[in-house]
Design a protein around this ligand. Structure first.
Ligand code: EPU
Length: 417
């Protein structure tokens, strides 16, 4: 199995191009299920999760074009089998995003329950509750959600908590429902807005994307469209935190700084100099970072998907930072691995107290989930000597060409067997 070998200690310098957002591309690919016409996507990242979603769609009969230079064309002329099986769903929880659109288009769907996950329980009760409010019958049988409906009907749905894919699933379903759906306590993440923009280009009537109340007037049918996937704000934040930790000066192009408010604020607090010009962000870090404290929250709060990378930054910063995770109950697995590199972290319930140390030392570590892996890369780039990261298939799920991009910035990083 592939591993990543990093020899740390060099500052980063140069330019890196940010890819399209995984967490926008996945729901947008599911929008293809809502129309018999082609959906032409640009800026689609080359990632394992995108391939998994393409496989799931292809098994249903969706024509999936070859992915070239970020282009991907999907066409669900006919859905032969509205099923998403366990073997693929278990590898990627976002697969549950096919449930809403399948029900809307076919009136039935059979989707494996995603099951447990390394960062928390992650139930899908809000997805189910919302679809039921729209008239769907959903039964859990042999580990599958068996859903059916005549035509979905618009409803007023108050989500019990803010859920990103839950909001997306219901938005996809409501686009073709009869009547108007109002989603309250909806997620405000930029990826939700990107999906709404794509659906609007297909002819959907959606108001309020980016606020906590979405109003979706269902239409009879949707058309094909062309859409460019938004830049990946978490990939952007990951490179920014790497520079903040390792030092240096890097220009990131293809970004959307407007989606990174809380992250940029914390980087400034850590002592980074940031300049935004058009789609580029330039970061310069001279000297050692200062510790930052943060609490994760739904957008526009500090993203849980950036928490691990900032913990790595705090590990080498001057001072002590407190990091509180409020979204997932088990998202501190990286702390134990960071300790293997010499970090000083103590965990008290949902808060990690990180005392910055002068230097980390390279060691063998293991990636436990996507963003945990990213934090180990950030730490490895600063650690003295060699860090060998095992189980990097997690990284391949969400970071396009990570080692090439980092080598381009002067990092000593290689994929080894
Ligand atoms: N939740 C429920 N019931 C539900 C849905 C969610 O209790 O029906 C809970 C979850 O257990 C969690 C909280 O609500 O405690 C928020 O979860 P959310 O549903 O928002 O997460 P998600 O939609 O499954 C997306 C991203 C994650 C990101 C979270 C939070 C995608 C494909 N995934 O997951 O990204 O961490 O939102 O922002 O959009 C990643 O990219 O590494 C990643 C994990």
């Amino acid at each position: 199995m592939d591993k990543l070998l990093i020899t740390g200690g060099q500052p980063l310098a140069g330019e890196v191009r940010i890819s399209g957002a995984k967490n926008a591309a996945l729901p947008i690919m599911c929008a293809a299920l809502l129309t018999a016409e082609p959906l032409r996507l640009d800026n689609v990242p080359r990632l394992m999760d995108v391939r998994t979603m393409a496989k799931i769609l292809a098994l249903m009969g969706v024509e999936v074009g070859a992915q070239e230079n970020g282009r991907l064309e999907l066409r669900a002329r006919e859905i032969k089998d509205p099923t998403a099986g366990y073997d693929l769903v278990k590898t990627m929880r976002a697969s549950v995003l096919v449930l809403g659109p399948l029900l809307a288009r076919c009136g039935r769907a059979k989707v494996s329950l995603p099951g447990g996950c390394g960062i928390g329980a992650r139930p899908v009760d809000q997805h189910i509750k919302g679809l039921q409010a729209m008239g769907a019958r959903i039964e859990i049988e042999h580990g599958y959600m068996n859903a059916s409906v005549g035509r979905l009907k618009g409803a007023r749905i108050v989500m019990d908590l803010v859920t990103v894919t839950g909001t997306e699933n219901l938005m996809l379903a409501a686009a073709l429902a009869e009547g108007t759906t109002v989603l309250e306590n909806a997620a405000r993440e930029p990826e939700v807005v990107d999906l709404a923009n794509c659906l609007a280009a297909m002819g959907a009537k959606i108001e309020g994307a980016g606020t906590d109340t979405l109003r979706i007037e269902g239409v009879r049918s949707l058309a094909g469209a062309a859409h460019r996937v938004m830049p990946d704000r978490i990939e952007t934040g990951t490179y920014l935190s790497a520079v903040a930790a390792a030092g240096g000066k890097v220009r990131l192009s293809g970004t959307a700084a407007g989606t990174l408010g809380a992250t940029l604020e914390k980087l400034r607090e850590a002592g980074a100099k940031l300049a935004v010009a058009g789609d580029a962000i330039t970061i310069e870090m001279a000297g050692r970072a200062r510790s930052v404290s943060l609490t994760t929250a739904p957008y526009p709060g500090f993203a849980t998907d950036m928490q691990a990378q900032f913990m790595a930054l705090d590990c080498v910063a001057s001072g002590t930072g407190q990091i509180t995770e409020t979204i997932f109950e088990n998202r501190f697995m990286h702390a134990l691995e960071l300790q293997r590199l010499g970090a000083d972290i103590s965990i008290h319930d949902r808060t990690a107290v990180v005392k910055g140390v002068e230097r980390l030392q390279g060691a063998k570590v293991m990636a436990t989930d996507l963003r945990a892996s990213a934090s180990l890369v950030v730490a490895g780039l600063v650690a003295q000597g060699e860090t060998l990261i095992d189980r990097i298939y997690h990284l391949d799920r969400g970071y396009e060409a990570l080692e090439h991009k980092l080598s381009g910035l002067g990092a000593k990083i290689a994929r080894v067997r």
